[in-house]
Design a protein around this ligand. Structure first.
Ligand code: ACO
Length: 339
């Protein structure tokens, strides 16, 4: 079947709205006490060091694609759109089911968007914000009117369940956002940034064979195809880079921290978010936190936050919302929105 999806281009001066959000939750809840029965850890250690109390893990029937599909279908419903309306589907993930095909093309077809552009983005925990920025630029460039941006992860399949340093941190999940061109020119992305520093790749990586191990490896748990992490280095990177991302966005737009209605950052550790709030002299209620219930879901964490915030009425027209993601690569991305 040949599918043609030539569409009228959006005018570059149109605004962009967050037209819908969605989320899909894995069926199994794994508590800190459950983990304490598997490795030498405790609820007190995990919750005090990270803020995590439980995480979701896929049940037997769920897959990365099923989570992504459920979250995108929910986002389409809230946007009152059909899959066929989508011009582009991004899936941000670092845990694809297969090396090829990309998840995005199967997802697009599963929601009725066959023929739409489809691309997987792997920038680890920054992937969703990277994809949001790419989606924004496509709409401004006139090549798309409605773009789906999905963050989905099944990190339980990449975790070494015998390594207490990492297995307590991660969870599965998916979240989706629909960006649509709108006549309301005041709405949209005011500032965006993407960046990387590959020198830090070995602070968080997933080796397939011994050839992938860094020469001076300090962290390998002994199990290939699982996440290896230097927690202290990643913590340091996350704190300094998050502050820089926020500072860059505020400086470029002439805004003060108190002007932001909400700051939605990657959920890697509640202590990182609390420290950032202190340094910005902001109360924690300006930040959204759900790491206690979902753990670190990498590229899925920010869209899951956005969906919960939308459901709770915390994303109001006119609000200024800053998104910031940081992760393996090392990578980072930010996106400042007027809703
Ligand atoms: N339970 C009990 N003890 C543990 C556990 C555990 N699950 N894990 C490690 N420990 C022990 C260590 O062995 C160590 O023991 P020792 O002092 O006898 O050697 C002790 O606890 C302290 O270990 P540290 O690694 O120094 O603990 P730290 O305070 O740095 O906390 C943590 C570790 C939570 C991983 C933290 O470094 C962190 O959050 N880093 C960021 C990780 C992250 O966000 N990764 C996500 C990917 S990238 C991103 O999202 C930005």
């Amino acid at each position: 079947m040949t599918v043609s999806r030539a569409r009228p281009a959006a005018h570059p001066m149109l605004g962009i709205s967050l037209a819908g959000t969605g989320m899909a939750l894995p069926g199994r809840i794994l508590t800190n006490d459950d983990l304490a029965a598997m490795v030498d850890t405790s609820d007190a250690w995990i919750s005090q060091r990270t803020g995590i109390r439980q995480r979701r893990i896929i049940n037997g029937e769920q897959t990365l694609l099923s989570l992504a599909t459920e979250s995108l279908q929910a986002a389409l419903n809230t946007a009152h759109l059909q899959g066929a309306d989508l011009d582009m589907v991004f899936v941000a993930t670092m845990s694809p089911q297969m090396a090829t095909p990309g998840t995005a093309s199967r997802l697009a077809s599963d929601v009725g968007a066959t023929g739409a552009g489809a691309l997987d983005v792997n920038a680890a925990c920054s992937g969703f914000v990277y994809a949001m920025n790419m989606a924004t630029n496509m709409i401004h460039g006139g090549t798309a009117r409605h773009v789906a941006v999905v963050g989905a992860e099944v990190l339980s399949e990449l975790v070494d369940w015998r390594d207490r340093r990492t297995c307590v941190l991660f969870g599965d999940g998916a979240g989706a956002a629909i960006l649509s061109a709108t006549d309301a020119r005041e709405c949209g992305c005011l500032y965006q940034e993407v960046g990387s520093d590959g020198h830090g790749w070995k602070e968080l990586y997933c080796p397939r064979t011994a050839d992938d191990l860094p020469e001076d490896d300090q962290v390998f748990s002994g199990t290939f195809n699982t996440l290896q992490m230097n927690g202290r280095e990643i913590y340091r990177f996350a704190v300094t880079r998050l502050e820089k991302c926020i500072d860059n966005a505020l400086t470029a737009t002439g805004l003060a921290p108190a002007d932001l209605d909400a700051i939605v950052v990657h959920q890697s550790n509640a202590r990182i978010i609390e420290g950032t709030a202190r340094r910005l002299n902001l109360k924690m209620d300006r930040f959204y936190v759900n790491i206690d219930r979902f753990g670190n879901t990498a590229a899925a964490s920010i869209p899951m936050c956005l969906h919960e915030m939308a459901e709770a009425g915390r994303l109001k027209p006119g609000n200024l919302v800053l998104l910031a993601g940081l992760g393996g690569g090392l990578t980072w991305a930010s996106s400042l929105w007027r809703l």
